[in-house]
Design a protein around this ligand. Structure first.
Ligand code: HEC
Length: 219
């Protein structure tokens, strides 16, 4: 009799405990703050915000973190202005050129070819046409222009702004200038930049000499 009562109690207890469980609803939350943040959730709906939307358009004239404004517009005029005015803020060094060469092989060579002659594998297989050679004199390929077309793309060429960072675009531009020089049988840009820096140094020294000479004369 006693065991029967015990079994009866056990069945009753488990029935009352289990019967209320609803698997369509979330279970009891022991630490609700771990599931429901105290702060507003991104894209959440809260009555305190205009249109009850947490996500709002940023105020005018704000700049996202890590974003550098680029002053040249995506147009032929913008490209021409970039070619005329823009130059790399990074120094031409062996490291930058090496990184540029690697990235070029990865992103550009399929169309432009390893040497920049416009004969990449996609051109050879006739998948893509109209790729210029960097040595094409009519194109006037210069640092600023190479940076610009990577940023925005140009007609059939897409933008690379989401694949390569600002610095990487300059590194690639350095390598493209090297390819252009090689195609034209000219010395690479590491040498030409160094030569230019040397001649500026010589000019500065001559200037200094002239200044000191004239000061000596005055005395
Ligand atoms: C899918 C093929 C393709 C890839 C990949 C590609 N380009 Fe181009 N590129 C083109 C085409 C097509 C043009 C000619 C666009 C025109 O003038 O209409 C061009 C033109 C250019 C020009 C000449 C711009 C001028 O001033 O006339 C440069 C410089 C250039 N590309 C650099 C690059 C660099 C750097 C990369 C890699 C980050 C790259 N391209 C990747 C197809 C490509």
């Amino acid at each position: 009799m006693k065991t029967l009562t015990n079994i009866g109690i056990a069945i009753f207890a488990s029935a009352t405990m289990v019967s209320c469980f609803n698997d369509k609803k979330p279970n009891y939350q022991y630490f609700p703050n771990m599931y429901e943040p105290v702060s507003y959730e991104t894209y959440g709906a809260y009555s305190v915000f205009p249109d009850e939307q947490e996500a709002m358009v940023p105020p005018d004239n704000t700049v996202p973190r890590g974003y550098t404004p680029y002053d040249y517009e995506n147009s032929t005029a913008g490209l021409e202005r970039a070619k005329a005015e823009l130059n790399s803020p990074y120094e031409v060094t062996e490291e930058n050129l090496a990184t540029g060469a690697q990235l070029y092989t990865l992103y550009c060579a399929v169309c432009h070819g390893d040497t920049g002659d416009g004969q990449g594998i996609l051109v050879k297989r006739e998948k893509f046409l109209g790729i210029p050679s960097y040595a094409d004199a009519g194109r006037n390929i210069v640092m600023g222009g190479i940076y610009h077309v990577q940023t925005y793309g140009l007609n059939a060429m897409g933008s690379y702004a989401s694949q390569v960072s600002e610095k990487e675009r300059w590194q690639i531009a350095m390598h493209v200038m090297n390819l252009k020089a090689a195609l034209n049988g000219e010395p690479g840009i590491l040498e030409t930049t160094k030569a230019a820096q040397d001649s500026i140094k010589v000019l500065k020294e001559k200037n200094m000499e002239a200044v000191t000479a004239s000061e000596v004369e005055k005395k």
